[in-house]
Design a protein around this ligand. Structure first.
Ligand SMILES: Nc1ncnc2c1ncn2[C@@H]1O[C@H](COP(=O)(O)OP(=O)(O)OP(=O)(O)O)[C@@H](O)[C@H]1O
Length: 560
């Protein structure tokens, strides 16, 4: 029995006396499921004083065939209720005016149907919008045009905030918004009321020392529109608290990629929302009036939350027919054979995919890393901090797992030993110049957040770690002041979410592993902007692509 399950079972015993073996076994199963990201388990109803019906004050809740720790049932049911409310509230919009505005904001792009324009119309007409799309499908571009349309329609009076789950994702969102804003053809007055900085969700909600948030239903956030990027990384508990903290009149726009890995903690809220994509006939007609685009009607039963879900399909980043885009779509469709054929064409005349590489074993990994990190070490050894940051983001080894020889810890150790042997790193030195560190815990005091990456330099004989601050400034810390952290020469795919690199090596373990899945491979390979190399065997890659991990939850059912 996992530790948590053992502790729980002991406290239940103290509360109600010894429990049946059947209940203890179910509890162990439930705790293991929670640790694996499920919010509940499916099980036939058990009889126990500890298990209540929905809404009863008991530690466990049985809702139809699902058993929950009551806290998770509560998060799920509150979230479903609030999302249904949000999605059910239609906005009173002059469709003719909206049509004119959208024609101005979305000049004919030649991409038919223009789903970006449709998503924008949906976002203006409703309070809840969920936009899913792979890398470069124009989520940021679209959301900026949505914000411009909303501000113009409301006389530039809206208070808009932007946020993302990690510091890294928030920094990338801010950077991307700043870049894309210059292409918005709107008045300076409208540009001025579109924010350029995203905060982390935790900072937005205002963390308290006891783990709760300053903002909640009774003290809602002061905003009219909230845009959240990388929403697939948000777990059930955080999403429930976020939605709870929205003021009644506010709009919520969630951006993400439904095919990426789910949150680390329990829940798969974004993927579940995206599974509801089934707009109703009336809504399809209203969208057509506002955009001239008629979207297909899905066979699934329409639901108000389904009206909120928009899927962007055309990637502007990956050249049409480019290797990364092709591989990503083969992986997503579970076509392992197609993915392998693309990576290792056996047709001598087939044109090699320049964006893709393949290595069946990891024997040459260290020399490949010498090459990949060459510009980084050159900048570090020259003491050029700016160049080191720039070079560090061009290449990264991503591991599928944490533990083992091909896990992140093993690879970091091998790289450090290798670069010690090459005299880049002094022996027995923990804080060597060039040690990249990944922050793994939020620290609001020193303002370093889970996902932030710093680079170590030796200044006047002492190690100091530099982190990028606002507007490319540097913030320096002594190692003793850092919150929990680890070496980040290599990163796990999980920790790489929200980041991108020019070139990526996706390193798989030697043997198939239960933690490998289609979404892990997809997330890893789409971190690459120019080239991805998959290092692993056919067997391991095929089994990973075949495995679709589905999290147990009752959210989608409650939203239908
Ligand atoms: N409709 C469009 N026509 C032409 N180019 C576009 C269009 N939409 C987006 N782009 C371009 O595609 C690129 C990616 O756009 P954007 O950053 O908005 O996508 P994204 O989905 O937010 O990407 P990411 O996944 O990196 O967050 C940008 O260079 C942008 O200018």
């Amino acid at each position: 029995m996992p530790d948590f399950a053992f502790e729980l079972s002991r406290s239940f015993e103290r509360l109600c006396g010894p429990q049946s073996d059947e209940l203890n076994a179910t509890l162990a199963k439930l705790c293991a499921a929670l640790a694996a990201g499920h919010s509940c388990i499916k099980t036939a109803p058990l009889s126990s004083p500890l298990i209540g019906r929905p809404g009863e004050f008991k530690p466990l809740t049985q809702d139809k065939d699902r058993l929950y720790l009551t806290r998770y049932w509560w998060y799920e049911s509150q979230l479903a209720k609030r999302l249904r409310q949000l999605a059910g509230e239609k906005c009173d919009v002059d469709l003719a005016r909206l049509a004119t505005l959208l024609d101005e904001l979305f000049p004919a792009s030649g991409i038919q149907p223009d789903l970006q324009k449709v998503a924008a119309a949906a976002a203006v007409m409703q309070k809840l919008t969920v936009i899913s799309g792979g890398p470069g499908t124009g989520k940021t571009t679209t959301v900026l045009r949505i914000l411009a349309a909303l501000q113009i329609m409301e006389g530039n009076t809206l208070s808009i905030k932007m946020a993302a789950p990690t510091g890294k994702a928030a920094a990338r969102m801010s950077e991307s918004v700043r870049e894309r804003k210059s292409s918005l053809a709107v008045s300076p007055a409208t540009l001025a009321v579109i924010p350029e900085t995203a905060s982390t969700l935790h900072r937005l909600l205002g963390p308290r020392p006891d783990g709760s948030f300053k903002h909640h239903a009774a003290n809602p956030l002061a905003l009219d529109v909230l845009v959240v990027d990388e929403a697939s990384m948000i777990d059930l508990a955080l999403m429930a608290q976020l939605v709870e903290a929205l003021p009644a009149h506010a709009r919520l726009i969630l951006l993400g990629d439904k095919d990426q890995l789910d949150a680390v903690d329990a829940g798969a809220v974004f993927a579940e929302l995206c599974s509801l994509k089934s707009p109703g006939a009336d809504f399809i007609q209203a969208l057509k009036t506002a955009t001239g685009v008629e979207i297909a009607r899905s066979k699934a039963l329409a639901s108000s939350v389904g009206n909120a879900v928009m899927n962007l399909e055309h990637s502007h980043r990956f050249a049409a027919g480019g290797g990364i885009g092709k591989l990503a779509s083969l992986v997503n469709s579970g076509d392992a054979r197609g993915a392998l054929a693309l990576l290792q064409p056996d047709d001598l005349f087939a044109e090699a995919e320049t964006e893709l590489g393949w290595q069946p074993n990891s024997k040459t990994l260290l020399s490949r890393c010498d090459q990949g990190y060459a510009a980084y070490w050159q900048a570090v050894l020259a003491g050029d901090v700016g160049a080191a940051f720039a070079a560090f983001d061009t290449f990264r080894v991503l591991t599928a797992l944490r533990e083992g020889h091909a896990g992140v810890m093993g690879v970091n150790q091998q790289l450090e030993a290798h670069w010690q042997a090459r005299n880049f790193i002094p022996e027995n030195s923990l804080w060597y110049a060039g040690r990249p560190v990944l922050i793994t815990q939020n620290d609001y005091g020193v303002q370093l957040y889970n996902g932030d990456i710093g680079l170590t330099f030796i200044l006047e004989g002492a190690p100091r770690v530099a982190f990028k601050g606002e507007g490319n400034t540097l913030r320096w810390f002594s190692p003793a002041r850092l919150p929990a952290h680890e070496t980040a020469l290599a990163l796990t795919v999980h920790k790489s979410q929200g980041s991108e690199f020019n070139e990526v090596i996706l390193l798989l373990p030697d043997q198939p592993h239960e933690l490998l899945s289609r979404s892990l491979i997809y997330t890893g390979l789409t971190r690459a902007k120019k080239k991805v190399e998959i290092w692993g065997s056919n067997d391991v890659l095929s089994k990973a692509i075949a495995k679709q991990s589905i999290r147990q939850s009752g959210l989608a059912a409650a939203l239908r």
